[in-house]
Design a binder for this molecule. Structure first.
Ligand SMILES: NC(=O)c1ccc[n+]([C@@H]2O[C@H](COP(=O)([O-])OP(=O)(O)OC[C@H]3O[C@@H](n4cnc5c(N)ncnc54)[C@H](O)[C@@H]3O)[C@@H](O)[C@H]2O)c1
Length: 283
């Protein structure tokens, strides 16, 4: 059965983007966040980004209006009761995700698929917080969701092949290419990306080069579209630090712990683009 009723939990950078892409693809979307302020911000961002898409001629006004009309912003997790899939995109913390999955297990119908957009946390561990581990799966989108074409799909130990197929089909319906990875800390993408970002913080901390020079060397020398420190700002420095800790715990190696320089910025509240300052300053 094709999925067309989608729930999103977490209306931040990722949840907002996932909701927008799903609505533009013609799916009915409900967005829930614990913070009413974040929900309002998400709604305003959807309006702004779709208006910009119309201005740029990427979609017609009627299409943008229809996409916005397909998104409901809800204030109670019970409002997700009628969903066929709920995609969770809250903070990268295993206990928070387990609590949310336990609540979603209660709130949604038995057939509902519960997906996590986690960047690194074990899907099997998240699934264990529910009574339906066979319906739990990783659906890892990339930032910014409307632009990036990949979804890394991660089966937990118990994930039903029918659920995997439904999520592969949903990813395609959302205009993305789904690629499978196994359930090991960081999967493929962040197992490789995050240690590189962490090393860039060490290079900065040890005075090897200034941030803009580290980024320029990696951009021009490695042909990366942006340098690792700027990318860290876009991902969110708190998210980067959380992922490094998940890698350290999950892969049983202290070499993955976040660089003290990264931790210092997080402690200072400089989380990157989303707070206006991280490694760099933003308007
Ligand atoms: N930022 C990235 O580039 C990126 C890429 C892929 C995956 N991810 C993953 O996506 C998830 C979200 O990341 P983000 O960058 O959107 O973070 P974010 O900080 O922008 O948003 C997180 C949202 O979760 C909400 N939230 C927190 N606790 C909640 C709860 N108990 N119930 C409901 N809502 C709650 C917050 O209010 C916030 O709106 C993380 O797991 C992250 O690892 C992030």
């Amino acid at each position: 059965m094709a999925i067309n009723k989608v729930g999103v939990v977490g209306a931040g950078q990722m949840g907002g983007g996932i909701a927008q892409v799903a609505a533009v693809a013609g799916l009915e979307v409900k967005v829930f966040d614990a913070s009413a302020q974040q929900v309002e911000r998400c709604k305003a961002t959807h309006q702004k980004l779709l208006a910009r898409a119309v201005e740029k001629g990427k979609m017609g006004q009627a299409e943008a209006d229809a996409a916005l009309a397909r998104i409901a912003y809800v204030s109670d997790v019970m409002d997700l009761a009628d969903r066929q899939i709920v995609i969770e995109a809250v903070v990268e913390n295993e206990q928070v995700k387990r609590d949310i999955f336990a609540r979603l297990d209660q709130a949604t119908g038995a057939g509902c698929v519960l997906a996590s957009n986690t960047s690194s946390i074990s899907i099997t561990a998240i699934a264990a917080a529910t009574k339906r581990p066979e319906k739990v799966i990783g659906m890892h989108f990339f930032y910014p969701v409307p632009v990036m074409g990949l979804v890394e799909v991660i089966n937990g130990l118990a994930t039903d092949p029918g659920v995997t197929q439904a999520v592969l089909d949903l990813s395609t319906a959302m205009g993305k290419t789904a690629v499978p990875a196994n359930d090991r800390a960081g999967f493929v993408s962040n197992r490789i990306l995050m240690p590189m970002i962490n090393e860039a913080f060490y290079a900065w901390m040890e005075g090897v080069a200034e941030p803009q020079h580290i980024d320029e060397i990696m951009k021009l020398g490695m042909n990366h579209p942006m340098g690792p420190l700027r990318l860290a700002d876009f991902i969110g420095l708190d998210t980067c630090a959380h992922i490094m800790n998940v890698l350290a715990d999950g892969l049983h190696s202290e070499r993955y712990r976040p660089c003290p320089k990264l931790e210092q910025l997080v402690t200072a509240g400089r989380l990157g683009n989303k707070t206006g300052q991280g490694v760099y300053k933003y308007d």
